[in-house]
Design a protein around this ligand. Structure first.
Ligand SMILES: CC(C)(COP(=O)(O)OP(=O)(O)OC[C@H]1O[C@@H](n2cnc3c(N)ncnc32)[C@H](O)[C@@H]1OP(=O)(O)O)[C@@H](O)C(=O)NCCC(=O)NCCS
Length: 185
């Protein structure tokens, strides 16, 4: 169900299917410590400054994802500048239950409405191909993302308490879901 990888054009962003050739740009963007921390990819701010993946690793992964049947990975292109500013992903496909997961990150272009539209386009695609449920996780220290997800229609369904080890403490991870029957578009 996620084998087709269309380009989705919005007002402020265009979602374009990723290719291995995007790896260098995405590597630069994902070096943004805010992205590493807020996506739960690192366990401290210091670690966020370290290289997480080599360029070769990213070329291999994005090349594989570009043709994968079980996920769609888009680069988020800002329409005003033509720049790639992040990625938006439908993953964790469960065809039996018609559900999938979602994740997104943007670097250097947050707070301009790009993320809200990218989330809408991505989940709209999930429902357009017949999926019933989209699920995501968001950490407690990320109220901005949680607000965006709620604005789009995601509902808080539960909390994985202290699921992330960060600095000297623990961070709750909230599970949010959106159903096709509640999708307003
Ligand atoms: C989360 C993310 C995708 C949102 O995209 P964005 O382009 O920044 O979001 P938008 O500009 O479309 O909307 C931001 C909204 O959050 C609100 N907001 C900003 N800071 C906030 C805060 N601290 N608490 C609550 N709401 C906040 C803004 O007011 C705006 O809402 P509004 O349109 O109702 O006024 C983006 O910020 C991002 O990728 N951040 C870094 C990585 C990350 O957090 N990824 C998600 C992991 S779950």
């Amino acid at each position: 169900m996620l084998g087709a990888k269309p380009t989705l054009a919005g007002e402020v962003v265009t979602l374009r299917p990723v290719t291995a050739a995007d790896a260098a740009t995405l590597k630069e963007l994902m070096a943004d410590p805010e992205v590493g921390v807020l996506t739960g990819s690192v366990h401290s701010r210091a670690e966020a400054a370290d290289e997480q993946y080599t360029l070769d690793q990213l070329r291999e992964v994005y090349g594989r994802w570009a043709v994968a049947d079980d996920r769609v990975v888009w680069v988020i292109v800002e329409n005003a500048t033509g720049r790639v500013v992040g990625e938006s992903v439908l993953n964790d496909l469960d065809e039996d239950n018609l559900s999938c997961g979602f994740r997104i990150w943007i670097s250097g272009a947050t707070g301009r409405g790009l993320g809200t539209e990218a989330v809408r386009l991505s989940v709209g695609h999930a429902f357009a191909v017949g999926l019933h449920r989209v699920e995501l996780e968001v950490y407690d220290f990320n109220p901005r993302a949680r607000h965006v997800y709620e604005k789009v229609g995601f509902v808080h369904e539960g909390t994985r308490r202290e699921a992330l080890r960060f600095e000297d403490g623990w961070v709750d991870c909230h599970v949010m879901g959106l159903l096709a029957t509640q999708w307003r578009g």
